[in-house]
Ligand binder design. Structure first.
Ligand code: 5BU
Length: 277
């Protein structure tokens, strides 16, 4: 197993210059959690209640802000208050995919003004490096970080092979703003002939995680925290329905599930960093 995967989250802070990457690693180390919760509900009340319930157990909250049917900018203020109260990083899973000029506007403006409040966002590499220039023109001065979608969790995903390798090359060429990947395994060394790159430490955030189910009826595929963190070398498990289930009002159950996933993720990480080659 390679060196970065054997380092602790705390040790890896020094491999990064981007403030959002440092903040995430510091938070993981401080709170001893590599759990991120994806809060995909349509009512602001449920959204905020779930975040308040899982807050103590997570390093990061992932949002799809555009699915809130009663969105109002005050929800963002409340989200930010919870982020301070519980000490977690915010990641808007926006999946930008357009030309540089358009994504810069989508990121900075509109109803949601994502760059104002989301420490981290993500983009499809499909338009090529100009998507990074467009987003970094807005996000870099604010200390934000970007994840590239190198792979997806869904059955039949097209982000494989040379597409994935090219995404990693795009990231290596833009280390100041690109802090890592959404992927199903570590991208360390991907596409390299030998270890010709000095610092290949990127963060890997991984959706498609579940302890009780193998997938859903719409192509989602789940793997366990152990498979993701220990066997595949990812850094953060992203869990949605596995934690909040079908009923967002069952706060005690949500807390229990968050604790369960947090423990599974952290145990897999501890096994990883103590593994002998
Ligand atoms: P789930 O309820 O744990 O299945 O939710 C997974 C979340 O992660 C959901 O918000 C998706 O939009 C997101 N996701 C994903 O599931 N798979 C991917 O490859 C990417 C994002 Br990229």
């Amino acid at each position: 197993m390679s060196s970065f995967l054997r380092q602790t989250y705390g040790q890896r802070i020094q491999n990064h210059t981007n403030p959002a990457a440092k903040l995430l690693l510091e938070t993981m180390e401080r709170k001893k959690t590599n759990l991120a919760v994806s809060v995909d509900v349509v009512k602001s009340k449920d959204f905020l209640a779930i975040i308040d319930a899982v807050g103590p157990f997570v390093c990061l909250v992932k949002t799809h802000i555009d699915i809130l049917e009663d969105f109002d900018y005050s929800t963002i203020q409340r989200l930010q208050d919870l982020s301070v109260k519980h000490d977690f990083v915010i990641f808007e899973d926006r999946k930008f995919a357009d030309i540089g000029n358009t994504v810069a506007l989508q990121y900075s403006s509109g109803v949601h003004k994502i760059a104002n409040w989301s420490h981290i966002t993500n983009a499809h590499p499909v338009p090529g490096p100009s998507i990074i220039s467009g987003l970094s023109s807005v996000g870099l001065p604010l200390g934000r970080g970007l994840l590239l979608l190198a792979e997806m969790s869904t059955r039949g995903a097209l982000a494989t092979g040379s597409y994935t390798e090219d995404a990693v090359r795009m990231a290596r060429a833009n280390r100041d703003f690109v802090i890592g990947f959404i992927a199903q395994r570590t991208m360390e060394g991907v596409g390299l002939q030998s270890h010709s790159v000095d610092n290949d430490d990127f963060l890997t955030l991984t959706p498609g995680v579940g302890l009780d189910s193998k997938g859903d009826a719409m192509g989602q595929q789940y793997r366990t925290p152990r498979q993701v963190i220990l066997e595949s070398g990812c850094d953060v498990i992203i869990v949605g329905r596995g934690i909040y289930g079908k009923d967002p009002s069952l706060v005690d159950e949500i807390k229990l599930q968050a604790q369960r996933y947090r423990e599974a993720g952290w145990q897999a990480y501890q096994e990883r960093i103590s593994a002998h080659v």
